[in-house]
Design a protein around this ligand. Sequence first.
Ligand code: UD1
Length: 330
Amino acid sequence: MKHGSILVTGGAGYIGSHVALQLRARGERVLILDDLSRGFRQAALDTPLIVGAVADRERVRGVLHEHGVDTVMHFAAHTIVPESVREPLKYYRNNTCATGALLECCLEAQVRHFVFSSSAAVYGVPAEGFAAESTPTAPINPYGTSKLMSEWMLADVARAASLRYVALRYFNVAGSDTGGRIGQATPNATLLIKVACEAALGKRAHVAIFGTDYPTPDGTGVRDYIHVEDLAAAHVDALSYLRGGGACITLNVGYGHGYSVRQVLESVERVSGKRLAVREEPRRAGDPGALVARADRIRAELLWRPRLDDLDGIVRSALAWEERLLRDPW
Ligand code: UD1
Protein backbone atom coordinates (compact mmCIF):
# COMPACT_ATOMS: atom_id res chain seq x y z
CA MET A 1 0.00 0.00 0.00
CA LYS A 2 1.23 3.47 -0.87
CA HIS A 3 1.70 5.70 2.14
CA GLY A 4 0.99 9.41 2.42
CA SER A 5 3.38 12.13 3.59
CA ILE A 6 4.47 12.58 7.16
CA LEU A 7 4.12 16.01 8.76
CA VAL A 8 6.67 16.63 11.50
CA THR A 9 5.63 19.61 13.62
CA GLY A 10 8.57 21.15 15.45
CA GLY A 11 10.88 19.42 13.00
CA ALA A 12 13.37 22.28 13.18
CA GLY A 13 13.79 21.62 16.89
CA TYR A 14 16.11 19.25 18.68
CA ILE A 15 14.18 15.97 18.71
CA GLY A 16 11.94 16.59 15.70
CA SER A 17 14.94 17.25 13.45
CA HIS A 18 16.55 13.93 14.39
CA VAL A 19 13.29 12.11 13.66
CA ALA A 20 12.85 13.86 10.30
CA LEU A 21 16.39 12.84 9.37
CA GLN A 22 15.77 9.17 10.17
CA LEU A 23 12.45 9.16 8.31
CA ARG A 24 14.11 10.69 5.24
CA ALA A 25 16.90 8.11 5.43
CA ARG A 26 14.17 5.46 5.16
CA GLY A 27 12.81 7.05 2.01
CA GLU A 28 9.67 8.54 3.59
CA ARG A 29 8.04 11.69 2.22
CA VAL A 30 8.47 14.18 5.06
CA LEU A 31 7.67 17.83 5.57
CA ILE A 32 8.33 20.01 8.55
CA LEU A 33 6.04 22.62 10.09
CA ASP A 34 7.87 24.88 12.52
CA ASP A 35 7.35 28.50 13.57
CA LEU A 36 11.12 28.82 14.22
CA SER A 37 10.40 30.39 17.61
CA ARG A 38 12.80 27.89 19.16
CA GLY A 39 13.85 25.86 16.16
CA PHE A 40 16.51 26.55 13.56
CA ARG A 41 16.12 26.63 9.80
CA GLN A 42 19.44 24.76 9.47
CA ALA A 43 18.10 21.84 11.54
CA ALA A 44 15.65 20.93 8.78
CA LEU A 45 18.63 20.12 6.52
CA ASP A 46 17.12 19.30 3.12
CA THR A 47 13.64 18.36 4.38
CA PRO A 48 11.02 20.82 3.06
CA LEU A 49 10.25 23.37 5.79
CA ILE A 50 6.98 25.25 6.12
CA VAL A 51 7.31 28.18 8.52
CA GLY A 52 4.09 28.41 10.48
CA ALA A 53 2.35 27.71 13.78
CA VAL A 54 0.59 24.50 14.75
CA ALA A 55 -2.29 26.55 16.15
CA ASP A 56 -2.85 28.29 12.79
CA ARG A 57 -5.77 26.15 11.61
CA GLU A 58 -5.97 27.63 8.11
CA ARG A 59 -2.32 26.99 7.51
CA VAL A 60 -2.38 23.46 8.91
CA ARG A 61 -5.52 22.53 6.96
CA GLY A 62 -3.82 23.70 3.77
CA VAL A 63 -0.63 21.75 4.49
CA LEU A 64 -2.43 18.50 5.35
CA HIS A 65 -4.54 18.74 2.22
CA GLU A 66 -1.92 19.88 -0.29
CA HIS A 67 0.70 17.34 0.74
CA GLY A 68 -1.55 14.31 1.20
CA VAL A 69 -0.49 13.87 4.84
CA ASP A 70 -1.64 10.64 6.48
CA THR A 71 0.69 10.70 9.49
CA VAL A 72 1.47 13.54 11.89
CA MET A 73 4.38 13.44 14.32
CA HIS A 74 3.86 16.23 16.79
CA PHE A 75 6.92 17.70 18.51
CA ALA A 76 6.22 21.43 18.47
CA ALA A 77 6.04 22.43 22.14
CA HIS A 78 7.71 24.40 24.86
CA THR A 79 9.74 22.07 27.05
CA ILE A 80 11.49 23.88 29.87
CA VAL A 81 10.20 22.82 33.27
CA PRO A 82 11.27 25.89 35.32
CA GLU A 83 9.89 28.24 32.65
CA SER A 84 6.56 26.40 32.83
CA VAL A 85 6.46 27.03 36.57
CA ARG A 86 6.97 30.77 35.99
CA GLU A 87 4.67 31.07 32.95
CA PRO A 88 2.06 28.29 33.13
CA LEU A 89 -0.42 29.78 30.69
CA LYS A 90 2.22 29.93 27.97
CA TYR A 91 2.53 26.15 28.34
CA TYR A 92 -1.20 25.49 28.28
CA ARG A 93 -1.54 27.70 25.19
CA ASN A 94 1.48 26.43 23.24
CA ASN A 95 1.30 22.80 24.23
CA THR A 96 -2.26 21.86 25.15
CA CYS A 97 -4.42 24.31 23.17
CA ALA A 98 -2.20 24.09 20.08
CA THR A 99 -2.39 20.28 20.18
CA GLY A 100 -6.19 20.53 20.35
CA ALA A 101 -6.22 22.76 17.26
CA LEU A 102 -3.90 20.39 15.42
CA LEU A 103 -6.10 17.39 16.28
CA GLU A 104 -9.16 19.17 14.92
CA CYS A 105 -7.37 19.69 11.62
CA CYS A 106 -6.18 16.08 11.61
CA LEU A 107 -9.74 14.81 12.01
CA GLU A 108 -11.02 17.04 9.22
CA ALA A 109 -8.25 15.84 6.92
CA GLN A 110 -8.73 12.19 7.96
CA VAL A 111 -5.15 11.78 9.11
CA ARG A 112 -4.72 8.12 10.02
CA HIS A 113 -1.73 8.06 12.37
CA PHE A 114 -0.51 10.41 15.09
CA VAL A 115 2.73 10.08 17.03
CA PHE A 116 2.78 12.33 20.07
CA SER A 117 5.83 13.62 21.87
CA SER A 118 4.89 13.29 25.52
CA SER A 119 7.05 13.33 28.58
CA ALA A 120 8.05 11.48 31.72
CA ALA A 121 7.04 14.72 33.44
CA VAL A 122 3.45 13.34 33.46
CA TYR A 123 4.48 11.04 36.33
CA GLY A 124 5.57 13.73 38.78
CA VAL A 125 7.45 12.04 41.62
CA PRO A 126 6.80 8.29 41.29
CA ALA A 127 7.37 6.02 44.29
CA GLU A 128 10.92 4.57 44.33
CA GLY A 129 11.81 6.88 41.43
CA PHE A 130 10.67 4.41 38.74
CA ALA A 131 7.70 4.94 36.44
CA ALA A 132 5.93 2.29 34.35
CA GLU A 133 3.15 3.23 31.95
CA SER A 134 0.69 1.97 34.57
CA THR A 135 2.13 4.27 37.27
CA PRO A 136 -0.47 6.88 38.20
CA THR A 137 0.12 10.20 36.47
CA ALA A 138 0.57 13.13 38.84
CA PRO A 139 2.57 15.94 37.22
CA ILE A 140 4.21 18.43 39.56
CA ASN A 141 4.77 21.21 37.05
CA PRO A 142 2.66 22.90 34.34
CA TYR A 143 4.84 21.44 31.59
CA GLY A 144 3.94 17.91 32.69
CA THR A 145 0.28 18.84 33.07
CA SER A 146 0.22 20.42 29.61
CA LYS A 147 1.50 17.17 28.09
CA LEU A 148 -0.86 14.98 30.12
CA MET A 149 -3.86 17.03 29.02
CA SER A 150 -2.75 16.55 25.42
CA GLU A 151 -2.54 12.79 25.98
CA TRP A 152 -6.08 12.79 27.32
CA MET A 153 -7.39 14.74 24.33
CA LEU A 154 -5.65 12.35 22.00
CA ALA A 155 -7.13 9.30 23.75
CA ASP A 156 -10.66 10.75 23.62
CA VAL A 157 -10.30 11.75 19.98
CA ALA A 158 -9.07 8.26 19.07
CA ARG A 159 -12.09 6.72 20.80
CA ALA A 160 -14.43 8.92 18.79
CA ALA A 161 -12.72 8.75 15.38
CA SER A 162 -10.58 6.44 13.29
CA LEU A 163 -7.27 8.13 14.10
CA ARG A 164 -4.75 5.82 15.81
CA TYR A 165 -1.83 7.06 17.89
CA VAL A 166 1.35 6.22 19.73
CA ALA A 167 2.16 8.59 22.62
CA LEU A 168 5.80 8.40 23.65
CA ARG A 169 6.77 9.55 27.13
CA TYR A 170 10.38 10.62 26.84
CA PHE A 171 12.77 10.51 29.70
CA ASN A 172 15.92 12.72 29.51
CA VAL A 173 17.08 13.15 25.96
CA ALA A 174 20.70 14.05 25.23
CA GLY A 175 23.44 13.72 22.63
CA SER A 176 23.40 14.53 18.94
CA ASP A 177 23.40 13.09 15.44
CA THR A 178 26.43 10.82 14.99
CA GLY A 179 26.95 12.43 11.56
CA GLY A 180 27.52 15.78 13.34
CA ARG A 181 24.87 17.56 11.25
CA ILE A 182 22.33 18.51 13.94
CA GLY A 183 22.07 18.76 17.71
CA GLN A 184 20.65 20.78 20.60
CA ALA A 185 21.23 24.40 19.68
CA THR A 186 18.85 26.27 22.01
CA PRO A 187 20.46 29.38 23.49
CA ASN A 188 20.52 29.61 27.30
CA ALA A 189 19.96 25.86 27.50
CA THR A 190 18.96 24.34 30.82
CA LEU A 191 19.55 20.64 30.09
CA LEU A 192 22.21 19.19 32.35
CA ILE A 193 24.39 17.39 29.77
CA LYS A 194 24.36 20.37 27.41
CA VAL A 195 25.12 22.83 30.21
CA ALA A 196 27.97 20.67 31.50
CA CYS A 197 29.47 20.28 28.00
CA GLU A 198 29.29 24.04 27.51
CA ALA A 199 31.13 24.50 30.79
CA ALA A 200 33.79 21.96 29.76
CA LEU A 201 34.44 24.05 26.63
CA GLY A 202 34.62 27.33 28.55
CA LYS A 203 31.27 28.67 27.26
CA ARG A 204 30.09 28.82 30.87
CA ALA A 205 32.05 29.60 33.99
CA HIS A 206 30.54 26.83 36.11
CA VAL A 207 27.85 24.13 36.42
CA ALA A 208 25.28 24.22 39.22
CA ILE A 209 24.02 21.12 40.99
CA PHE A 210 20.42 21.90 41.82
CA GLY A 211 19.80 20.11 45.09
CA THR A 212 22.11 17.82 47.07
CA ASP A 213 19.52 16.69 49.63
CA TYR A 214 17.28 14.44 47.51
CA PRO A 215 16.58 10.92 48.81
CA THR A 216 18.93 9.43 46.17
CA PRO A 217 22.25 7.58 46.70
CA ASP A 218 24.40 10.73 46.44
CA GLY A 219 21.69 13.30 47.22
CA THR A 220 21.51 14.70 43.66
CA GLY A 221 18.75 14.25 41.05
CA VAL A 222 18.66 10.94 39.15
CA ARG A 223 17.43 10.71 35.54
CA ASP A 224 17.23 8.17 32.72
CA TYR A 225 19.39 9.77 29.99
CA ILE A 226 18.65 8.48 26.50
CA HIS A 227 20.53 9.17 23.27
CA VAL A 228 18.49 11.26 20.85
CA GLU A 229 19.15 8.81 18.00
CA ASP A 230 17.67 5.91 19.98
CA LEU A 231 14.71 8.14 20.81
CA ALA A 232 14.29 9.08 17.14
CA ALA A 233 14.39 5.39 16.20
CA ALA A 234 11.45 4.78 18.56
CA HIS A 235 9.37 7.10 16.34
CA VAL A 236 10.29 5.19 13.22
CA ASP A 237 9.30 2.00 15.04
CA ALA A 238 6.03 3.65 16.12
CA LEU A 239 5.27 4.41 12.48
CA SER A 240 5.84 0.79 11.46
CA TYR A 241 3.64 -0.31 14.36
CA LEU A 242 0.76 1.97 13.32
CA ARG A 243 1.06 1.00 9.67
CA GLY A 244 0.95 -2.61 10.77
CA GLY A 245 -2.44 -1.95 12.37
CA GLY A 246 -1.21 -1.53 15.99
CA ALA A 247 -3.73 -0.25 18.52
CA CYS A 248 -3.45 3.12 20.28
CA ILE A 249 -0.76 2.95 22.92
CA THR A 250 1.24 5.07 25.35
CA LEU A 251 4.84 4.04 25.98
CA ASN A 252 7.85 5.13 28.00
CA VAL A 253 11.05 5.78 26.08
CA GLY A 254 14.04 5.38 28.35
CA TYR A 255 16.76 2.84 29.03
CA GLY A 256 15.45 1.75 32.41
CA HIS A 257 18.39 2.92 34.54
CA GLY A 258 19.42 6.29 35.89
CA TYR A 259 22.45 8.43 36.64
CA SER A 260 22.79 11.16 39.25
CA VAL A 261 23.84 14.73 38.48
CA ARG A 262 27.23 13.97 40.03
CA GLN A 263 27.67 10.88 37.84
CA VAL A 264 26.85 12.93 34.74
CA LEU A 265 29.37 15.61 35.71
CA GLU A 266 32.03 12.92 36.28
CA SER A 267 31.30 11.54 32.84
CA VAL A 268 31.69 14.99 31.27
CA GLU A 269 35.03 15.42 33.07
CA ARG A 270 36.18 11.97 31.94
CA VAL A 271 35.21 12.44 28.32
CA SER A 272 36.41 16.05 27.99
CA GLY A 273 39.53 15.69 30.12
CA LYS A 274 38.58 18.99 31.83
CA ARG A 275 37.82 19.73 35.48
CA LEU A 276 34.44 21.40 35.88
CA ALA A 277 33.82 24.25 38.30
CA VAL A 278 30.81 22.92 40.22
CA ARG A 279 28.55 24.92 42.53
CA GLU A 280 26.06 23.29 44.86
CA GLU A 281 22.78 25.20 44.83
CA PRO A 282 19.25 24.72 46.25
CA ARG A 283 16.70 22.49 44.51
CA ARG A 284 15.15 23.87 41.31
CA ALA A 285 11.38 24.46 41.35
CA GLY A 286 9.37 21.63 39.79
CA ASP A 287 12.16 19.01 39.84
CA PRO A 288 11.47 15.47 41.08
CA GLY A 289 14.35 13.69 42.89
CA ALA A 290 14.53 10.53 40.78
CA LEU A 291 12.73 9.74 37.53
CA VAL A 292 13.68 6.54 35.71
CA ALA A 293 11.71 4.54 33.14
CA ARG A 294 10.36 1.05 33.42
CA ALA A 295 11.06 0.48 29.77
CA ASP A 296 10.09 -3.09 28.89
CA ARG A 297 6.82 -2.34 27.17
CA ILE A 298 8.22 -0.37 24.24
CA ARG A 299 10.63 -3.22 23.47
CA ALA A 300 7.75 -5.70 23.45
CA GLU A 301 5.25 -3.57 21.55
CA LEU A 302 7.36 -1.62 19.04
CA LEU A 303 10.30 -4.04 18.95
CA TRP A 304 12.47 -1.02 19.77
CA ARG A 305 16.14 -1.94 20.27
CA PRO A 306 18.32 0.87 21.63
CA ARG A 307 21.90 0.89 20.32
CA LEU A 308 23.51 3.78 22.18
CA ASP A 309 22.86 3.06 25.85
CA ASP A 310 26.16 4.33 27.25
CA LEU A 311 26.49 7.52 29.29
CA ASP A 312 30.05 8.34 28.16
CA GLY A 313 29.00 7.78 24.54
CA ILE A 314 26.04 10.15 24.96
CA VAL A 315 28.31 12.75 26.54
CA ARG A 316 30.90 12.27 23.77
CA SER A 317 28.31 13.03 21.09
CA ALA A 318 26.94 16.03 23.06
CA LEU A 319 30.47 17.37 23.45
CA ALA A 320 31.27 16.91 19.76
CA TRP A 321 28.17 18.93 18.94
CA GLU A 322 29.16 21.75 21.32
CA GLU A 323 32.61 21.83 19.70
CA ARG A 324 30.98 22.15 16.31
CA LEU A 325 28.77 25.02 17.57
CA LEU A 326 31.92 26.79 18.83
CA ARG A 327 33.42 26.65 15.32
CA ASP A 328 30.16 27.26 13.46
CA PRO A 329 27.45 28.88 15.66
CA TRP A 330 23.80 28.50 14.62
C1 UD1 B 1 13.95 17.03 31.00
C2 UD1 B 1 13.16 17.65 29.88
C3 UD1 B 1 11.71 17.56 30.18
C4 UD1 B 1 11.32 16.10 30.46
C5 UD1 B 1 12.18 15.56 31.58
C6 UD1 B 1 11.88 14.09 31.80
C7 UD1 B 1 13.84 19.55 28.54
C8 UD1 B 1 14.18 21.02 28.52
N1 UD1 B 1 13.53 19.04 29.74
O1 UD1 B 1 13.78 17.81 32.15
O2 UD1 B 1 11.00 18.01 29.05
O3 UD1 B 1 9.99 16.06 30.88
O4 UD1 B 1 13.53 15.70 31.19
O5 UD1 B 1 12.61 13.62 32.91
O6 UD1 B 1 13.87 18.90 27.54
N2 UD1 B 1 20.42 19.92 36.81
C9 UD1 B 1 21.44 20.46 37.55
N3 UD1 B 1 22.10 21.54 37.00
C10 UD1 B 1 21.78 22.09 35.78
C11 UD1 B 1 20.72 21.50 35.04
C12 UD1 B 1 20.05 20.41 35.58
O7 UD1 B 1 21.76 20.01 38.64
O8 UD1 B 1 22.41 23.07 35.37
C13 UD1 B 1 19.73 18.71 37.34
C14 UD1 B 1 18.23 18.85 37.52
O9 UD1 B 1 17.92 19.35 38.80
C15 UD1 B 1 17.79 17.39 37.32
C16 UD1 B 1 18.78 16.86 36.28
O10 UD1 B 1 19.91 17.71 36.37
O11 UD1 B 1 17.96 16.66 38.49
C17 UD1 B 1 18.24 16.92 34.86
O12 UD1 B 1 17.75 18.23 34.58
P1 UD1 B 1 17.48 18.71 33.08
O13 UD1 B 1 18.59 18.30 32.21
O14 UD1 B 1 17.16 20.19 33.16
O15 UD1 B 1 16.21 17.90 32.64
P2 UD1 B 1 14.77 17.74 33.37
O16 UD1 B 1 14.44 18.91 34.20
O17 UD1 B 1 14.76 16.40 34.02
